[in-house]
Design a protein around this ligand. Structure first.
Ligand SMILES: [Fe+2]
Ligand SMILES: [Fe+2]
Length: 187
């Protein structure tokens, strides 16, 4: 499916991203709970997806485009839901960075690397599932109340622009395919 096509609202597009991210979170859970026979290459694919799709593509869209639009509409940053979402994005980045650094060490100490991966994956999973729930059930409903349909459509257009300019066109689609591939692994 092409980006933005079929969506009427920015919140619909973000919710759709969440469903894709959740598929990879399910895989990450299998990797973290499993007997740890998974190869570092599979961990690497999951972490790469998280860095590029969940963080650069999705979290940056929220931070640069969606949250500022909500602030303009009177939803507070400090002491409010946006401030909390931003803090959680930062916390998530910390866990992802630890996983990426462990993977970069590679084969010298694969068992030690896996311990770090499992620890950080579990913390990341718990945080991100709660985070997605809060956005889906609270913040996005607030957004649907304060944004007009016209504003929602304008935000969708800005999402498209962000992905093309900052991430490169085709990256979104590439990572949707990676998510499907990883999903097959987890099945
Ligand atoms: Fe978020
Ligand atoms: Fe989100």
């Amino acid at each position: 499916m092409e980006r933005g096509v079929g969506f009427e609202k920015a919140t619909e597009a973000l919710r759709h991203d969440h469903r894709v991210i959740e598929k990879v979170l399910d895989l990450l859970e299998k990797l973290a709970e499993g007997p740890n026979e998974a190869s570092l290459a599979t961990w690497g694919k999951a972490v790469d997806f998280i860095q590029n799709f969940a963080d650069r593509c999705h979290h940056l869209k929220e931070e640069k485009i969606f949250f500022p639009a909500l602030e303009e509409r009177g939803i507070p940053r400090q002491g409010g839901p946006i401030g909390m979402m931003l803090m959680e994005h930062e916390e998530a980045r910390g866990y992802v960075k630890s996983m990426a650094m462990a993977l970069a060490k590679g084969g010298e100490d694969p068992e030690g690397v896996k311990v770090t991966l499992v620890e950080n994956a579990k913390l990341y999973l718990r945080l991100l599932r709660q985070h997605i729930l809060k956005e889906d059930e609270v913040l996005f409903n607030m957004a649907d109340d304060v944004l007009t349909l016209q504003e929602q459509k304008e935000l969708l257009r800005e999402f498209e622009e962000h992905e093309t300019k900052e991430i490169g066109s085709g990256i979104h689609e590439k990572y949707l395919k990676v998510a499907q591939e990883l999903e097959r692994y987890a099945a």
